[in-house]
Design a protein around this ligand. Structure first.
Ligand SMILES: [Zn+2]
Ligand SMILES: [Zn+2]
Length: 476
């Protein structure tokens, strides 16, 4: 079909989409507490004629909206959760809290969700008018930041019936996301000891805090003997009481264990578990643990990536006004100078040259161009729950420019820019690219078959869910 028609639908829905995005920015709800955001999406999906299912997989803030019938069935993934401690006045280039101690959309998930929804609505209208045939499913995926909502949905039966899944992420480049992300498993360890007066009768005490510290020391020694793509991170979620004059009877640590595959992450986790057992043994305390969440490594699908890149290259890129450029420059002045943008910049000399020229050495305030696509199996040490979807159906994702070049991840600057026209323009671009890609998949069965062929090879080992069967999704 003529993609201009899809773009026109999205432009006509722009007030609805930007309004929704701005509302989610204001709600700024943390992982699995996205009740207002969910209600807003459910209302829009219902009004737009989707068949809505709430409480998907028993998660109160997971939902999906379906339109159409038959195959192909294409999923478009949306997110909406925010981050703690990032409340920020919008539209200014200085750090200033909007709500003291409040949350903020530092990862741009308000744009991610609304942009994805814009694509689903455009495809829905094309199906309704008979220009496309198939099924489009908008997935409301909660808790990306703090619980790996998609992994729970994947474990409990979602995504398997899709022919492909597409999504995007706000960023500072217009670029295909390539390569793989690490698998990650998150576990909380609880040490239980015996309280005692630290000076009076410490011999009667058994310190859970000592056990936790010894566990951390043990893991520090483990690090030398891990594989290159593996990493382990920790925090104290409970260090016992605040009085040093007490032998602390309880202490809790949260660990994140990362590796290149879920299987390897599970092996590494077992070594960490043994260290926890050893720390308990050394201190005559008890240890127990519970899994919090987990994400799979990401399988790329180069057929889909190529297709998204084609759509990103033909969609009209935003033109920025003088005011937008001035605001972007003001924000950029608050960043620490980082490397040149682009995932593959350092590894491909021709790409580095291209980006150097396009960005004036990284100094341009907004990256108003599309980064060329280079297929890659490069490994990125971070994790995403899109990985779990990617093991169940061919999946691909891209970035669109929603904030100035070099804006740090999870930053107040991203929140400050999140309601701006710069952000809205990037969001609508993402809607157009996703809708155009979805239309191609519905109209060109050969392409979908190629994507599935590739998927059959990359996912040949089958989905090894990082989550144990009894782990329940819950806010942290
Ligand atoms: Zn994030
Ligand atoms: Zn994010």
């Amino acid at each position: 079909m003529d993609k201009k028609k899809l773009y026109d639908i999205i432009e006509a829905k722009a007030p609805l989409l930007t309004g929704l995005s701005d509302r989610i920015w204001e709600y700024a709800e943390l992982s699995l507490l996205e009740y207002k955001s969910t209600a807003a999406y459910v209302q829009v999906l219902t009004e737009q004629g989707f068949t809505v299912e709430e409480n998907v997989c028993g998660i109160p803030t997971a939902f999906k909206g379906t339109f159409g019938s038959g195959s192909p069935k294409i999923g478009i993934l949306g997110e909406y959760d925010a981050l703690s401690g990032l409340s920020q006045v919008p539209g200014i280039a200085e750090k200033q809290e909007l709500v003291p101690g409040g949350c903020g959309q530092g990862c741009g998930h308000h744009l991610l969700g609304a942009g994805a929804l814009g694509a689903a609505i455009a495809v829905k209208e094309a199906i309704a008018s008979g220009e496309l045939s198939g099924t489009v499913v908008f997935y409301g995926c909660p808790g990306e930041e703090g619980c790996a909502g998609k992994a729970f949905m994947a474990r409990d039966g979602e995504f398997r019936d899709l022919d492909a899944a597409l999504t995007w992420h706000p960023g500072d480049t217009n670029e295909i996301m390539v390569g793989s992300n690490a698998a990650c498993i998150q576990v909380e360890y609880t040490f239980t000891g015996i309280a005692a007066h630290a000076a009076g009768d410490p011999f009667n005490g058994r310190s859970a805090l000592d056990a936790a510290e010894l566990m951390n020391v043990g893991v520090n020694f483990l690090r030398e003997h891990m594989k290159p793509k593996e990493s382990v991170h920790y925090s104290f979620s409970d260090a016992g009481g605040i009085s040093p004059n007490v032998v602390q009877p309880i202490a809790k640590l949260v660990y994140m264990v990362r590796s290149d595959t879920v299987r390897h992450a599970k092996v590494l986790l077992n070594r960490v578990n043994n260290i926890a057992r050893g720390a308990a043994l050394m201190t005559d305390t008890q240890v127990s643990w519970r899994q919090i969440d987990g994400t799979s490594d990401t399988l790329s699908n180069q057929v889909l990536e190529q297709l998204i890149h084609e759509n990103l290259s033909i969609a009209p890129l935003p033109c920025y006004t003088e005011d937008e450029i001035v605001f972007a420059k003001q924000l950029k002045a608050t960043f620490v100078e980082g490397p040149l943008p682009g995932t593959m910049t350092d590894s491909i000399p021709a790409l580095k040259k291209f980006i150097q020229e396009k960005t004036a050495g990284g100094h341009a305030p907004l990256n108003d161009f599309v980064i060329p696509y280079y297929p890659s199996n490069a490994f990125s040490p971070g994790s995403t729950d899109v990985g779990d979807v990617s093991w169940l159906t061919p999946t691909a994702q891209f970035n669109a420019v929603t904030w100035p070049s070099g804006s740090p991840g999870h930053s107040w600057q991203n929140v400050a820019c999140g309601k701006s026209s710069i952000a809205h323009k990037g969001m609508l671009l993402a809607s157009k690219v996703l809708a155009g890609t979805c239309a191609d998949l519905m109209e060109k069965p050969d392409l979908l078959a190629q994507a599935k062929e590739e998927f059959a090879v990359t996912a040949a080992d089958g989905y090894d869910c990082p989550l144990d069967k009894d782990v329940v999704a819950g806010p942290q």
